[in-house]
Every structure is written in C-alpha cells, then in structure tokens.
Design a protein around this ligand. Sequence first.
Ligand SMILES: Nc1ncnc2c1ncn2[C@@H]1O[C@H](COP(=O)(O)OP(=O)(O)OP(=O)(O)O)[C@@H](O)[C@H]1O
Ligand SMILES: [Mg+2]
Length: 210
Amino acid sequence: MNAGRELYSMAGVPKRHKDFRPDHHNKDEQWRWNYDKLKNLLTNRGIAGVFGKRGAGKTQACASVIGFCCLNLGKSAKYVKAFDLFLSIRNGNNPSSNTTEKQEVEKYCKPFLLVIDAFEVRGDTAFENRTMDHIIDRRYDEQRPTILISNEDKSSFSASLGISTLDRLKEGGGLIEFTKTSFRGSEESFYVLQQKQRIEKEDLERGIEF
Ligand SMILES: Nc1ncnc2c1ncn2[C@@H]1O[C@H](COP(=O)(O)OP(=O)(O)OP(=O)(O)O)[C@@H](O)[C@H]1O
Ligand SMILES: [Mg+2]
C-alpha cells in the first residue's frame, strides 16, 4: 500500500463515505462550492464549522477533504464523531485502560487534519466543553486545520461552539452551510452507490478485499 493510501485507511472515514470522487461522482454545484471552500482550509490552516440540513452531504464533503489530504497531499487526517471522542478520552481515565487520558487527547491534537462529526451529540458538561476547547486551541496553535460538523441551525451551532472557537473561526475558516434537500434516496446518491459497487466488484474479481 502506498503512503497516502495507508494514511487514508487509518483516518477512520466511515465505509459509506469512502472513495467518493468529487470530480466524477458529484453533480451538485453548491456541494462542490462548499467542498472547495473546505479544501482551502488545508492551505489556510483554518477552523471551519459545517452545518445544515440532514442528508445534505456534510459528512461526505468532509470525508472527501480527508481523501484529498491523505491521497493528494500525503498528510495525516482523522475522522471522529464527538461522542466517540469523549468515550475514548473518558476511557483513558479508566485504570484498566492501556492509554491515559492525556494520550487520548494527543490522538486528536496530532493529525494534520481533524474532522469532528455530530458535534451536537455530546453532554454539554463543563468537562466536555473544556476538553473540546483545549483540543481546538492546541490545534489552532499548531496551525492544523479542524472541521466541526453539526446538524444544528446557525444560531444553536454558534452557541454550542462557544466564544473562543467562534473567534478562531474568523482566521481562514468560518461557518459553511449545506442547504440542499437530502441526497438520501435521490438519483445522485443512487448513481454514486452503483459506481462504488461496480468498482468493489471489479476489485473483488481482481482478488483485492476490503
Ligand atoms: N454530492 C453528492 N452526490 C451524491 N451523493 C451524495 C453527495 N453527498 C452526499 N451524498 C450521499 O448522500 C448520503 C447523505 O450524505 P451525508 O451522510 O454526507 O449527509 P449529512 O449532511 O452528513 O447528513 P446528516 O446530517 O444526517 O449526518 C450519503 O449516502 C452520501 O454518500
Ligand atoms: Mg453526517
């Protein structure tokens, strides 16, 4: 496996959102516009808050930026849902765990690009807010791009980001809204599924397993 492929396979992109090729699979202008803005984060080294309707392609766009980051730039990336991030950090506190809380926090500070999905699914406790602010601030200091994704509307999302993160968003990132009516069940997403299944079938025939 080449280095970029290895980085991509370690990034934790969900199977559903893997191997989407924006240039071939996407036919939606607004999605493309947002995807390009997100890609710019990799050079601007900014923080972006992605929000909008269910099924509008938020996770897919960010997963595709991870693909670009690993495969085209050869830089590391990580995808995680907020809930799993906190589970892993809490688990670090457990005496039987083989990693510490600090090591778990480092796991999210180190990758060049970090995508935190389902930002709204969290406890909103003082511990969680402090931990999230700390990870975002560490990454900001190191000029590592970070993307936060939420289903909330603009005002709730802005409130849950908190004033420190909202202010950091002004430098080379910002809020990016996905407004499309859900791709789920649409012709566009059916076309992508068919394309991916065709590639998977050809790979299986060539003896490459997923
Ligand atoms: N540009 C696109 N063209 C075709 N299909 C797409 C596109 N973007 C996303 N899809 C497909 O549509 C479905 C929904 O996309 P995705 O999961 O990214 O939405 P989401 O905005 O993250 O939704 P939610 O808010 O519910 O998490 C997925 O199967 C995805 O692969
Ligand atoms: Mg999603």
